[in-house]
Design a protein around this ligand. Sequence first.
Ligand SMILES: Cc1cc2nc3c(=O)[nH]c(=O)nc-3n(C[C@H](O)[C@H](O)[C@H](O)COP(=O)(O)OP(=O)(O)OC[C@H]3O[C@@H](n4cnc5c(N)ncnc54)[C@H](O)[C@@H]3O)c2cc1C
Length: 447
Amino acid sequence: MSDGGGDFGRRRFLQGMAGAGAGLAVGGGSLLGQTAGPDQGSEPRRAPAVRTGQVAPDVAVVGAGAFGVWTALHLRRQGARVTLVDQHGPANSRATSGGETRGVRTSYGDRPHGRQWGEWAAEAMERWKAWDEEHASDLLPPVYFTTGDVILRDELTPFLERTMENWDAMGHAYELLDADEVRRRWPAIHTPDVSVALYEPAAGVVRARRAIESVAQVFLREGGELRIGRVRPPDSEGAPLEALSFEDGSTLSADTYVFALGPWLPKYFPELLGTRVRVRTLGHVYYVATPPGDDRFQYPNLPSYNVPGVTGWPALPSDFRGFRIRTGGHRGDDPDTSVRWIDEEYHDRPREVLGRYFPDLADLPFNETRACHYCGTVTRNFYIDRHGGMENAWIAGGGSAEAFKQGPVLGEFIAGRVLGEIPDEDELARSFRIPDEEFEADEGGPD
Ligand SMILES: Cc1cc2nc3c(=O)[nH]c(=O)nc-3n(C[C@H](O)[C@H](O)[C@H](O)COP(=O)(O)OP(=O)(O)OC[C@H]3O[C@@H](n4cnc5c(N)ncnc54)[C@H](O)[C@@H]3O)c2cc1C
């Protein structure tokens, strides 16, 4: 398996973005010679893929989660006419991207594509910050918080070693701490079984659904269109798609279609993805009440944390919904009907983890819980690929538990693929192909 497309594709994409002044600081960009948006800063701008005199392609992006909204925004900024479609709306409650918060880290020493994911995540951190800076004047509350991230382990595991190798190669800052130093810096953390801690100061947490809403809002402001409606699966996965067909009987035609359907992908494309995307586990997220008047469990006084099998972070301003902890999961195959609350039978595990590492929170109430589908792929990488059977359709998804953070970078890459700027033979593009291989019947749990 390729290590995320190798150095060539990886560097070329990131250098191309940096060198052209691309990304979120770029603002609206030129749309067929017209002024596109209010955010025309003095940064050098990336030349739009669609130039003056060309007919702008019509693209319909179905699915307004992390993959869809960022793709739609970048397509628009590259000059396409774009309609974003969602059955319920951006960051809706059943969408994977509709959660309260998502972590942003580059520690992927345990992943086959870890180095490449790490580089994209590092770039994404800069773009999340740029997003907040770009929109500060809109009175949008910030979405990105640099919390730092600390991984706590009882020994120096291969995951930690490989992560440090990646970081050394990337020139990414980190610190290796011992338990005494962890307690000195963050007295709220208890370290009964901790002997090593790997700290990534640049890591952070995004206010997830707010972020998606803000991207969708900016997309609309820059001339994109949003349509709420549920698209029917195509009658055949073997012919070019002429139009989207909605459940209310209406249609929408475009030149090109991007399906960013998250955990709905296998349901929508059973032939291609029924055995290549796994969505049968819903991850559990809890927001725990913090003691009133005690700010030890709030940003910026605690980093995000990772103990074996569990991640979480401090309560974030401005609404401090709670200290976040993710553990375990339950089964559910259909994202339209799966149960989204977390039954009390599962509450012992987070309480046990809190008791060990954050005992002052162990008996406090859960303010709220969230559950959403992990979306696993055979390659353990994202899928960004042509449908194959439907030549004008693209698939973008398979985010596993990791794609939210990558949104600002992913969206630009997907837009580049769809508009033909990044060719099929590009090494990085090839790493995101949908493989011939399928999941074995009992394979492919949470990733
Ligand atoms: C418990 C949990 C924790 C996670 N933690 C992190 C984390 O800390 N950091 C991180 O980076 N990532 C994390 N992730 C992963 C991340 O949230 C996902 O990778 C990402 O949100 C996926 O976005 P998406 O656009 O693929 O899917 P979604 O957000 O699910 O969007 C798909 C959209 O398609 C729409 N749709 C579906 N079918 C149709 C139809 N027929 N017609 C119209 N619209 C349709 C849906 O309404 C939905 O809005 C986590 C995931 C889980 C489950």
